[in-house]
Design a protein around this ligand. Structure first.
Ligand SMILES: Cc1cc2nc3c(=O)[nH]c(=O)nc-3n(C[C@H](O)[C@H](O)[C@H](O)COP(=O)(O)OP(=O)(O)OC[C@H]3O[C@@H](n4cnc5c(N)ncnc54)[C@H](O)[C@@H]3O)c2cc1C
Length: 280
């Protein structure tokens, strides 16, 4: 257990960054604290509380994209109509069954993404082509996928952005777990963008397979350029089963997870088709 000797609650982001940089690894940012309380490294003696730094809230940017402040809780996100309506309700699917009400009141989007472990939200964000805004010495905006592949060692994640969809688009998310409170054995998020009745671009992301969220390119290719019919959906689900190399552990075999991925993909794509008013 670490002994916390210093607690700061800075009023702005510049002060947050200055404290974090100067602490040289002995400080941690405190968001909801739900993860930090379980795994704070012993060398940490300083907490920097983000609650007064002005990082909470959802807004619509001038280009129509959505900005979700890092300190936005899951409960606040669940009642933010621009977010829950986005892509036909993709993130509503994620959030409606996320942890418990108590947990959703406490946990934040920024803490969740920064923690980057077993996640229901990250596959949904990857399917939505989310970006993150990251503060180090500079402020930069990068694709979430790039950020997760190589996060800066010391940084403050300030915002998650969801780009505006051009033309008809919808997504859906589903998860499989032994009980509502267990971590998912596997989850799936899909997004399709249509153009004149055919799929222009597709995202199929499977999580909990040993990586946080993996895009299944063969499944996306099986959808692209085709109408969103039951046959197309079946082909995409089969491509997921063929392409996925999931983990095996005490909870589920790799074969079972592969099967779940196919079922989850079919369900997500059927729900996305319904949301688009397409007959699946
Ligand atoms: C009871 C329970 C149920 C859960 N259920 C689910 C579930 O159903 N699905 C699921 O996917 N997950 C679930 N989780 C995981 C949970 O969502 C995460 O623990 C939570 O989102 C972390 O957010 P936080 O705000 O509490 O982060 P914190 O614990 O405050 O921080 C987590 C880490 O991120 C760092 N950090 C925090 N904010 C930032 C920032 N802005 N920039 C950079 N670094 C930062 C902290 O220093 C720390 O290292 C559950 C966890 C619990 C305890």
């Amino acid at each position: 257990m670490p002994t916390i000797a210093h607690y700061h609650r800075p009023p702005d982001l510049d002060t947050v960054w200055g404290l974090l940089r100067d602490a040289e690894g002995s400080a941690r940012l405190l968001a909801g604290g739900s993860d930090l309380v379980l795994r704070c490294p012993p060398e940490v003696d300083t907490l920097i509380d983000l609650s007064a730094a002005g990082l909470a809230g959802v807004s619509v940017r001038p280009d129509g994209s959505l900005a979700i402040g890092a300190m936005t809780t899951f409960s606040d996100l669940l009642v933010a109509a621009p977010v829950t309506d986005h892509l036909g309700g993709l993130l509503h699917d994620v959030l409606a069954d996320f942890g418990s009400v108590l947990h959703r009141n406490q946990a934040t989007v920024g803490g969740h993404v920064a923690r980057a472990r077993m996640s229901d939200l990250i596959p949904g964000l990857l399917a939505a082509d989310a970006e993150v805004v990251v503060r180090t010495e500079d402020t930069s905006t990068r694709a979430l996928a790039d950020h997760l592949a190589a996060p800066p060692t010391t940084h403050v994640l300030t915002e998650v952005r969801l780009p505006v969809a051009r033309g008809p688009a919808a997504g859906a998310f589903t998860r499989f777990s032994r009980s509502a409170f267990d971590h998912a054995l596997l989850n799936v998020a899909c997004v399709v963008h249509l153009d004149a009745g055919v799929v222009r671009t597709a995202r199929v992301v499977v999580g909990e397979t040993g990586v946080l969220g993996r895009r299944l390119r063969a499944a996306e290719a099986a959808l692209t350029g085709r109408p969103l019919t039951e046959a197309t959906i079946q082909a995409a689900a089969q491509a997921v089963v063929a392409e996925l190399d999931p983990r095996q552990d005490a909870l589920a075999s790799a074969d079972y997870r592969r099967h779940l991925a196919g079922v989850g993909t079919r369900r997500c794509l059927q729900r996305a088709a319904e949301r688009l008013g397409e007959v699946a």
